[in-house]
Design a protein around this ligand. Structure first.
Ligand code: XBP
Ligand code: MG
Length: 236
């Protein structure tokens, strides 16, 4: 019996990466006088690393651009990432990042059916609340009694920590919940917590390995715009 729907955020609620997070990172680089630029294809590679701060660190280590002048790398990354978050929130507040098809409708019908909504994301609480507020209004924050965010758990996705955190705080066993994700990292995290997972991929994650997903759907559908079933039989 379904008791809770647990939503990933980036890629699942909205197609946030290419025209949201990516330009926000680039704007932060400019602000801090760095001549780095993450184009669409490089960003696709960097998405293998979940978490913005972790992604910056990986970029530094792998592509070895000039090391930042600061002797304290952690502080430098934190400052750069905070700047990126400001750009991201500004972009959301301009209404630049809409929800994907069917997201709002599914949330509404789940709520009517008494199914609890929750969030399990790698991004920060600031970013989640800004996305929800911008698209669904401030009252929507009350629809989610439990929100698990990246910095609130020891290890980010693909580790199951954030899903285990959400299950614990919902007080529900995994078999009463369904997770909705867009990436292989997210799928692994949800599966690691024993949760049945539905996938709606984005352009960046279209070629990910989704074996083990209950179904892979083009999107969550909208009246007159049914989502194509890519793998599996689709939701029953
Ligand atoms: C999304 C992420 C995030 C965003 C950037 O993963 O990996 O890092 O790209 O957000 P998921 P921050 O969809 O699995 O939650 O810069 O705030 O980390
Ligand atoms: Mg995602």
């Amino acid at each position: 019996h379904l008791k809770a729907l647990i939503f990933d955020v980036d890629g699942t609620l909205a197609d946030t990466e290419q025209d949201g997070h990516r330009p926000a990172f680039n704007a932060a680089f400019r602000d801090m006088g760095l001549d780095w630029h993450w184009d669409v294809s490089l960003y696709g590679e960097l998405l293998q690393v979940a978490g913005g701060k972790e992604r910056i660190r990986y970029y530094l280590e792998t592509f070895a651009p000039d090391r930042p002048p600061s002797p304290d790398l952690d502080r430098f990354i934190a400052r750069l990432h905070a700047r990126k978050t400001e750009h991201w929130v500004a972009r959301l507040e301009r209404g630049d990042i809409p929800l994907r098809p069917g997201v709002s409708r599914l949330m509404a019908s789940a709520r009517r059916a008494g199914v609890v909504l929750a969030i399990a994301t790698t991004t920060s609480m600031t970013n989640v609340t800004a996305l929800l507020r911008a698209n669904l209004g401030a009252a929507s924050l009350d629809w989610f009694p439990v929100m698990g965010a990246g910095d609130g758990v020891p290890v980010k996705k693909p580790a199951p920590d954030v899903y285990l955190y959400v299950l614990k705080h919902l007080g529900l066993p995994a078999h009463c919940c369904v997770a909705i994700e867009d990436s292989a990292q997210g799928l692994q995290a949800a599966q690691g917590a024993g949760i049945t997972t539905l996938i709606t991929p984005t352009d960046y994650t279209a070629t990910d390995d989704f074996s083990g997903a209950a179904a892979v759907l083009e999107h969550l559908g909208e009246p007159g715009r049914p989502g194509r079933v890519i793998q599996g039989t689709g939701p029953e």
